[in-house]
Design a protein around this ligand. Sequence first.
Ligand SMILES: [Zn+2]
Length: 375
Amino acid sequence: MKRLYWTSPDVLELEVTVATAGDCAVTTEPVLFHPDEGGQPADLGAIGPANVLNVEIVDGQVVHRLDQPLTDGKYFARVDRERRIHTAAHHTAQHILSGIAEQRYGLKTTGVHIGLERCTVDFDQKVEWETMVALETAALEIVMRDLPVETAFNEAGVRVRDDFKPIESEVVRVVKIADCDKSACCGAHVASTGRIGTIRVCDVETKKQGTRDSYLAGAKALEYGQLETNTLRRLRQLASCSTAELPSLYEKALSQTKEQAKEVTRLWSQALPSLVASAQVVEIDSSPVGVQVTEMPPQLVAKLAGMTAEAHGAAVVVSGTRIAINSQTLDAGALLKKIQESLGGKGGGSPKAANGSLGRTTTVDELVAILKNSD
Ligand SMILES: [Zn+2]
């Protein structure tokens, strides 16, 4: 089984010899399609009249799952070029990031994911953002040198990922990128690093004992950069400031908002006694219930419900979608359940007190109608 995606990754269209390997499944000689393995998704495309739905390794063979059966024979095979360029460029970018990370910072790669929208590489240690920025710069240098990505077999002294599984135990395929990386790998790559276009480190997050680095390459990296540039440009227009001034301005605005929210809560707290008096009181099962829909800060809803229940025996208080029910006469948990049966939401409680959320906002009239409904 000659894997052309290893040795001639540029060959994406070719006549191949097809042999059936089950219902709507075939093997081909040579193999053009990269299977779903090693964190890189399978190539898609067509073999003769059949569309390739997935490609998997079955008992060491590359098996193509098709949307219709094919008889044995010769067919023209075509790999979906755009998808392959995406996965191969991102996979090769990962080699560069992993190679530099290990050489310069002693970071071992523990996992890889090549997604169609998001790609990640996991390192075994905590990595500072500044290190990732330096890694990104070094990776671009490798791209710009347009180094060949070569395939060799059974070489010694190669980088081996923790999650690497060789397809054939006696043959270990090795991918070499000049002085940047030499590692055991079963994936499909671009023929030279210049084909990647560019590599962009998007974010890092802590993952167990190590770090997960999100990155993008080529057209996806450009798309990501354009989105960020547009967002920053809009923020600069809104704030009439430079990009460098944005963080301190945003920090100041957040802190002001926090202070104002505190002040609003304080003023609402002062108004609670008069709100108790303004509750609409209705009779439910011969017991008075104070019903209020306010726009108060959510953290005060339960407090107002408690105070209103003191005054009237029971209370239902809503702000936005937050609801609190207190009762000395009726079953608060049952009342909440009844309201949520009509309005949706989550939460629960005891006969004395129940709290939760509603599926949507409501009015006093609607709440009263729901509570009075005896169905
Ligand atoms: Zn690889």
